[in-house]
Design a protein around this ligand. Structure first.
Ligand code: GAR
Length: 196
């Protein structure tokens, strides 16, 4: 069974979708560890409730990006992690980290890449950008993570309609419900199955 670490920064609804998929045996890998870069992330409560080990790694305590990434790698090695899922992890990882796990790091992004992605596009900002551009369709993408922000190979995408009267918050919720929470567990399962 492949061991999965989920990296989080906030609410953790995508982590919850992974936990729920595991409960329904739709995810063959085992969510072994949840890593947060923010001690207040509600995702940590979700992990604890599900009996999953948690750890908090703070960049400012590590002193540098390189030391932060070394600490992350150390924690992953200690837990024997095979696959890393970035589920609302709001910090960029550089090549020093990504090159250690080729095709083993997944990220969920709340738009149809290559639209509204890359540095500075995260969380609600992505939906604000889609609405201000005036696109009529958006969605979510799950992709492998490499050294280019949101630039790794695409694993899965799902389109979501933009409706009149949408606010960034309303659109974010629809993209999560219709795309992210469906795609992320499916993509994680695909990667687990391919590694076995
Ligand atoms: C999700 O919409 C996720 O796609 C996005 O942050 C939200 C986290 O929500 N991630 C990014 O924007 C990464 N570039 P969650 O904590 O409830 O899963």
């Amino acid at each position: 069974m492949k061991k999965i670490a989920v990296f989080v920064s906030g609410g953790g609804t995508n982590l919850q979708a992974l936990i729920d998929a595991q409960g329904k045996t739709l995810l063959s890998g085992k969510i072994t560890l949840v890593v947060a870069n923010n001690a207040d992330a509600y995702a940590l409560q979700r992990a604890k409730k599900a009996g999953i080990a948690t750890t908090v790694v703070l960049k400012k305590e590590c002193g540098s990006q390189a030391a932060f990434e070394e600490k992350l790698k150390q924690v992953l090695t200690e837990h024997g992690i095979d696959i890393i899922v970035l589920a609302g992890f709001m910090t960029i990882l550089t090549e020093g980290f990504t090159s250690a796990y080729p095709r083993r790091i997944l990220n969920v992004h709340p738009s149809l890449i290559p639209s509204f992605c890359g540095e500075g596009f995260y969380g609600l900002r992505v939906h604000e950008a889609a609405l201000s551009y005036g696109v009529k369709v958006t969605g979510a993408t799950v992709h492998f993570v490499n050294e280019i922000p949101d630039g790794g190979e695409i694993i899965a995408q799902k389109a979501v309609e933009i409706l009149p009267g949408d606010t960034p918050e309303i659109l974010q919720r629809r993209v999560m419900e219709q795309a992210e929470w469906v795609l992320l567990p499916q993509a994680a399962e695909k990667v687990c199955a391919e590694l076995i």
